[in-house]
Design a protein around this ligand. Structure first.
Ligand code: C5P
Length: 223
């Protein structure tokens, strides 16, 4: 039901993968399903928040009473997120943004030839990192980290670098956690170092845990 602490709060969430075109028929992407981001968006909506969801290409239904912006590439996600950022109280970066995009997108289908092919790639904008530098003191930012190794150390570095209030870690090592599953097992690292570990649970329940962590941050700061 409606949560007084979150009622009418403006929440901005990025979700899903991005697709980086190589030519008219091919792209670089990843296995993100968008389920975690959409679950978080619905949890905040149900609590009475006003939710903007910026979503890469996913196979999920558009949730009702959520302002949904569809994007494809990291650049498009960056532009959409940037334009909504100033009006947001809480920003949650769940999207699995592609790290690289083709330097030159071919406008015709690339023909196969004998031998190997190399495609020059360039870095995509770091959405969370760039907007982290513009973050105001009233804004709360939450990041995600998916690591296959050195998870805690990398997550803590990311937390500082991208100016997150806390970061949600999910490991591909945990059974039933991460991409495509309906369950997830997370750890949360707060700015300042507080670490919380959670059980394996449904992504809807994980979303509620994350919502509660946001409420903790809200409680500990003046409005
Ligand atoms: O650096 P890394 O990709 O592991 O950081 C993960 C966090 O940063 C996630 O919250 C993700 O949504 C965000 N991110 C982003 N833009 C990128 C890369 C990651 O917003 N280009």
């Amino acid at each position: 039901g409606i949560d007084e602490a979150l009622k009418n709060k403006r929440v901005l969430i990025t979700a899903g993968p991005t697709q980086e075109a190589i030519d008219p028929v091919r792209f670089i992407s990843n296995h993100s399903s968008g389920k975690m981001g959409y679950a978080i968006a619905k949890a905040f909506r149900n609590a009475g928040a006003r939710v903007n969801l910026v979503s890469g290409p996913v196979n999920l239904k558009a949730p009702i009473n959520i302002d949904l912006t569809h994007v494809k590439s990291a650049k498009e996600m960056f532009e959409a997120t940037k334009s909504l950022f100033g009006g947001a109280d809480i920003i949650i970066y769940v999207a699995a943004v592609a790290d690289y995009a083709a330097k030159n997108v071919s406008d015709i289908k690339i023909k196969k030839k004998e031998g190997d092919l190399s495609i020059p790639l360039e870095r995509t904008p770091d959405i969370a990192g760039t907007l982290g530098k513009l973050k105001k003191s009233h804004q709360i930012a939450v990041g995600f980290a998916l690591e296959t190794n050195d998870a805690l150390e990398n997550a803590t570095q990311k937390l500082d670098k991208k100016n997150f209030d806390f970061i949600v870690l999910n490991s591909l090592q945990d059974k039933g956690a991460g991409f495509r599953y309906d369950t997830n097992k997370i750890k949360v690292v707060h700015k300042g170092g507080l670490l919380k570990e959670f059980e394996l649970k449904s992504k809807d329940d994980v979303a509620l845990d994350i919502l509660n962590e946001v409420k903790e941050v809200l409680k500990n700061r003046p409005i």
